[in-house]
Design a protein around this ligand. Structure first.
Ligand SMILES: *Cc1c(COP(=O)(O)O)cnc(C)c1O
Length: 392
């Protein structure tokens, strides 16, 4: 279940997530409707791509129906084949692993680093075999993973890097926006993410020699792109492909949100600052751990997590807050210990660090409009609950 799906109601005192609206969405979507051009790669899609290039330095971007399909397109584009191995963290969403399995390849799960909950770079090389083809890290909570070190490992072993950047649109690594360092980066514009069009995503292709093929893959294996570009008058079937496209109605909503990304991140930053100051003393006392993004990263404040010292304390925290109608979330159930993980031959004991952390982590309610009285109530509730669990 995607985070936040259990609590939809605006009347909930503090739900996990409420999708943000900038106020411009309706006008843009209406305009897209009136344009009579509703398919993919029409005018609003072009405006989104233009913004991504100008503000984010991302060229060669393909808007897709989701981050899930962006990763499926990426795995196809990278030529992942049956029997290939792809290394990814177990602490991620099912889509990261499905993109690999759908190509007949094998997901190989890696442990995470508790400071960021991202792939533990120290543990990657021990998992590399002659069949390894790709490294597929994620940016948990919007904290960029160690993409430069991962890139160096990839070059040493001639591997492709695809980044699941579902949570990290607008985050920066050494001053550069996420999306420019990996061979392929997938973003999500799902309802639960910072910038949303309901269901949406993007694939950034940083290998110029793959661009032409990416266009064909996106357009059901045809060279329709060349017709749109005025290079030829008819298109035909030239390769494998699918419909990796975002309708212009959704692109219209997306454009409104992309234009406000800066404001969205700034508002969310206030919430994470409040959480940090609430939990700081508990961290100093050794009771909990907070996220520690490396100092050369700038986060987009997608999520804020707290790792409790014991699973029982997490349980107490969640139960007591639910009674106060405040709804944090437990985060991912590790993929290696899921029922699909078992079918792949994993047992929970195979990744003990991930298993342990997943049993103690909590993601706090965090959405763009969480401010004012609602935030005050949330913070007071958490302060009260924490006092019942720990003695400072
Ligand atoms: C949200 C998320 C996805 C899925 O994104 P969709 O756009 O819903 O397909 C994949 N990976 C991670 C890490 C996510 O957080």
């Amino acid at each position: 279940m995607p985070a936040g799906e259990s609590v939809k109601n605006e009347s909930t005192r503090v739900p996990f997530n409420i999708p943000f609206l900038t106020g411009r969405e309706a006008a843009y979507v209406h305009d897209a409707l009136e344009s009579r051009e509703h398919a993919g790669n029409r005018s609003y899609a072009r405006r989104c791509l233009d913004l991504l290039e100008k503000r984010y330095g991302l060229d060669n971007v393909f808007l897709t129906g989701s981050c899930t399909t962006a990763m499926e397109m990426g795995a196809l584009l990278a030529g992942i084949e049956p029997g290939d191995e792809v290394i990814l963290p177990s602490y991620t969403f099912s889509s990261t692993a499905n993109a690999v399995l759908l190509r007949g390849a094998i997901p190989v799960f890696c442990e995470v680093d508790p400071a960021t909950m991202n792939i533990d770079v120290e543990r990657i090389e021990e998992l590399i075999t002659p069949r390894t083809r790709m490294l597929l890290p994620i940016d948990y909570a919007g904290i960029p993973c160690e993409i430069e070190r991962i890139g160096r490992i990839a070059r040493r072993h001639e591997l492709i890097v695809m980044l699941d950047g579902a949570q990290s649109f607008h985050s920066r690594y050494r001053g550069q926006f996420v999306g420019r360092s990996a061979d392929l980066t997938a973003f999500s514009f799902h309802e639960t993410k910072n910038v949303s069009c309901g269901e949406g995503g993007a694939l950034v292709v940083n290998r110029p020699e793959w661009t032409e093929r990416a266009h064909c893959l996106q357009e059901k294996g045809t060279d329709r792109r060349r017709v749109l570009d005025g290079l030829q008058s008819k298109y035909s079937w030239v390769s494998l492909g699918s419909s990796f496209l975002l309708s212009d109605l959704q692109a219209a909503m997306l454009l409104a949100q992309l234009e406000s990304a800066e404001e969205i991140v700034a508002r969310r930053a206030l919430v994470t600052a409040a959480y940090r100051s609430l939990f700081e003393d508990f961290e100093k006392a050794g009771f909990v751990r907070l996220p520690h993004p490396p100092d050369y990263t700038t986060v987009n404040h997608h999520a804020f997590f707290v790792i409790f010292d014991r699973p029982a304390h997490r349980r107490m925290f969640l139960d007591a807050l639910a009674k106060r109608d405040v709804h944090p979330y437990i985060g991912y159930l590790p993929l290696h210990s899921s029922s699909m993980g078992a079918r792949l031959g994993y047992t929970p004991e195979d990744l003990t660090a991930t298993e342990d952390l997943a049993g103690r982590i909590v993601r706090l309610p965090l959405f763009t409009e969480l401010a004012g009285q609602r935030l005050d109530y949330c913070l007071e509730s958490m302060a009260t609950v924490l006092k019942g669990i720990y003695e400072l």
